[in-house]
Design a protein around this ligand. Structure first.
Ligand SMILES: Cc1ncc(COP(=O)(O)O)c(C=O)c1O
Length: 458
């Protein structure tokens, strides 16, 4: 090891101890248990290069942040140029022109009658904005969302989610929040008919709930019902937007429009925090209706030039490289290959998705020899089985993936949209080999027990 490498390793190890001491020791322990505590040195495109000279193939995209790939040179250089310009960032007393450019570009692509944008820094904040604007517009307080949804972890956003794992110990939540089953129009109409709800918030494809794709027509019909009962129809496209599923918005598969659309994650190319709440002029005016109220909803880093520049560069990159059509085409290829390769295995229940947001759902085996260990793991922790799949992919095949946050038996497959067919083949082969192992080798299950023991000991 050269002196420079040894010094870099020592500094990194010190920073890791500081992280453990001052930020989140449990996270460090979890990565250790999963065998995923690796030091990354350089991330480019789909590849994550580690300090020990290895390369991991990314099938997570930081939960749909890196649609254009990690550190895309065009986005990096646009941000660098913006910094070098020394422009008026966060002056808070001027017209931030780049925000105008980005807002216009987003509204044009989102379509429908969306014409105004409120910018913030995270998806949760954008959902919070959707809540405030909807309440102001309708003068109602109730909020309706779909069961199993993920909308973010600030208190307002969390109030829209029904999964006890995320909610535990954090109540009380916003009053008047209710959920209806996803893709159930009858249940939706029944609740909307009470005319108590300011907004119905829904993901066009529920990502963390297990890559749940609604039937064709659902989103359009849901919007229609919302119109009928005076409720604002809000689409949370935080994970699904920015060409992740093919079109600019996942709702465009269904030719659906909305009164509010929420974007974040890939909006800045994964480099600067930014989110956007797109809405109709009428809804916007309910909050910013007079000079007196021109700053009544605001956030310090909203409209900052680095985020706006990154957003414009990300849009341009995704479009110049035609990553939307590529997501459609590669997604079809991936699902076909996965179906071919995994269809004979009893624990593989379904392969589904849109574009490059896909899920492979596993189910309990019927064979007694497999069912017993499967149920044992489930009893230890419902995520245990999925995490062993993730760990095996990572350790044995150099592939980073994750299970869905609210559906532990579904493995998510969401690589950067620049992924090649060869890299998709690598994923299919790796997953097939892990699936083969779980059906045939006791080692797969004993390994999981080892992990369970380590969890208990922490
Ligand atoms: C659909 C959806 N909405 C909202 C959020 C919250 O975004 P953030 O983590 O940026 O607050 C997420 C985050 O994963 C998400 O997937």
């Amino acid at each position: 090891m050269s002196t420079a490498t040894a010094t870099a390793a020592a500094l990194a190890s010190n920073s890791e101890s500081l992280y453990t001491e001052h930020v989140n020791p449990q996270w460090v322990s979890l990565l250790e248990v999963l065998g995923m505590k690796v030091r990354y040195e350089r991330c480019e495109g789909v590849e994550l290069h580690t300090a020990d000279g290895g390369a991991i193939l990314d099938f997570l995209s930081g939960y749909c942040v890196h649609n254009a790939g990690y550190n895309h040179p065009a986005i990096v250089s646009a941000i660098r140029a913006e910094l070098d310009r020394r422009g008026p960032g966060m002056l808070q007393s001027h017209v931030p022109e780049l925000a105008g450019e980005l807002a216009a570009a987003l509204c044009e692509r989102a379509g429908g009658s969306l014409s105004k944008v409120f910018f913030a820094s995270s998806g949760s904040e954008a959902v919070e904005s959707a809540i405030k604007f909807s309440r102001a517009h309708t003068k109602r307080s109730g909020l309706l969302s779909a069961s199993g949804a993920f909308h973010g972890l600030t208190l307002g956003s969390l109030s829209l989610m029904d999964d006890p794992f995320w909610r535990g110990n954090f109540g009380p939540f916003l009053e008047g929040c209710e959920t209806v089953p996803f893709a159930d129009l009858a249940a939706l109409e029944q609740r909307l008919a009470t005319r108590r709800f300011a907004a119905f918030l829904v993901e066009p494809l529920q990502a963390e709930a297990g890559i749940r794709v609604p039937p064709p027509g659902y989103l359009r019909a849901a919007h229609e019902l919302c119109r009928k009962y005076g409720t604002v129809f809000v689409l949370d496209e935080v994970q699904t937007g920015m060409y992740r599923t093919g079109p600019f918005l996942a709702a465009h598969h269904d030719h659906a429009s909305a009164d509010i659309v929420v974007l974040a994650k890939a909006l800045s190319g994964g480099l600067i925090p930014v989110s956007a709440t797109l809405m109709t002029d009428e809804i916007y005016r309910a909050v910013f209706g007079s000079l007196k109220r021109s700053i009544v909803h605001a956030s310090t880093f909203s409209e900052n030039p680095l985020s706006m520049r990154a957003g414009l560069a990300a849009l341009e990159t995704l479009e110049v490289e035609e990553l939307g059509p590529r997501a459609t085409e590669r997604g079809e290829y991936l699902r076909e290959r996965l179906a071919e390769s995994l269809s004979g295995y009893e624990m593989v229940k379904e392969i589904r998705g849109l574009g490059l947001l896909n899920g492979i759902e596993f189910q309990p085996p019927k064979k007694v020899a497999l069912r017993v260990p499967f149920q044992t793991f489930h009893a230890i922790h419902p995520a245990m089985f999925g995490q062993v799949v993730v760990m095996r992919l990572f350790r044995d095949h150099g592939i980073l993936a994750q299970i869905c946050g609210n559906h532990f038996h579904t493995l998510k497959c969401a690589p950067p949209l620049i992924i090649t067919e060869e890299q998709l083949d690598r994923f299919v082969d790796a997953l097939t080999s892990v699936v083969e192992l779980m059906h045939t080798s006791p080692l797969f299950w004993t390994e999981a027990l080892g992990m369970a023991r380590r969890v208990v000991n922490i």
